[in-house]
Design a protein around this ligand. Sequence first.
Ligand code: DGL
Length: 251
Amino acid sequence: MFDSGVGGISTLRTLAKVLPNEDFVFYGDSANAPYGEKSSAEVRRLATNVMAQLKLHQVKAVVIACNTATSAAKRDLMAANPEMTILGIEPALKQAVDAGKQHILVMATPLTIGLPKYNAQVARFQERTHIESLPCPGLADHIEKGYAGIAQTQTLVDQLMAPVLDDPIDAIVLGCTHYPFITDMIRRKYDHPVTIYTGYEGLANNLATHLKQQGLLRPENTHRQIEFYSSRDTPDELALYQHLYEHGIAK
Ligand code: DGL
C-alpha cells in the first residue's frame, strides 16, 4: 500500500483487520507530501517512483491508499504494470448515495476535486442527491506533520468548513485518507448527526475478492508482518507511522 504520507495508514488499519492473514508493506512518500496541491503530472511521476519501491518487495497486489494518487495516476500505473492487481481508494460517494443520504459533503484535496475522475463521479449521482465538494488546501499537510498542533488544525478546519456549516449535511465523505485521523474534529462541527464515509470496508472486500479469485489468499492463522517504509526515512517518521497504525491518532 502507499500514500503521499501517513494518511494511508488509516486505510491500512481497516485492510489489516479484514485480511488478518496477509502481510502488508506500507510506503509513505512523506518527503514529497502533500500530493494534493501538486500537478497531476507530478503526482503521476511520484506514484511511479513509489510503485518501483513496492515492487522491490515482490508484492502480489498494490493498493493506492490515496484518493489523489488514485485520481491522477491509477490508470497509468495499471497500463505500465499489467501483470499487477492495482486497486485504489476513491471518495465513497456511491456508498452515501446508496444509503439514501440527501445532502452529502465531500472533503478532499484540491487536486482530487479538480480532476475529471471525481467530476464524472459527481455527475453520476447529482440527480439523486445534493453534493457539496469542499477542497481542503493545507489540511492533509497539518495531519502529515502529526497535527501541527491540535489548536492550529482546529482553526484550519473551522475556516475550511465555515461555508458549509449552515447546510443540512447528513453525510460527510472523507475523500482524503489523511482526514479519518481527525474524524471527531470534523463531525463535531455539526450539532445534528452526520454519517461519515471512508470507503475502506468496500476497498478491503474488493481486495479480498481479487486475491481469492487469483488463489492468492494466505491460509488462516498465518503469522503475518506489517512493515513500514518512508521516503522520509528517519526513526521519528517510522515511529509516527507505527504509532498511527496502533492507535489511530497522533501522540
Ligand atoms: N492522503 C491523500 C489523499 O487521500 C493525499 C493527501 C495529500 O498528500 O495531499 O488524497
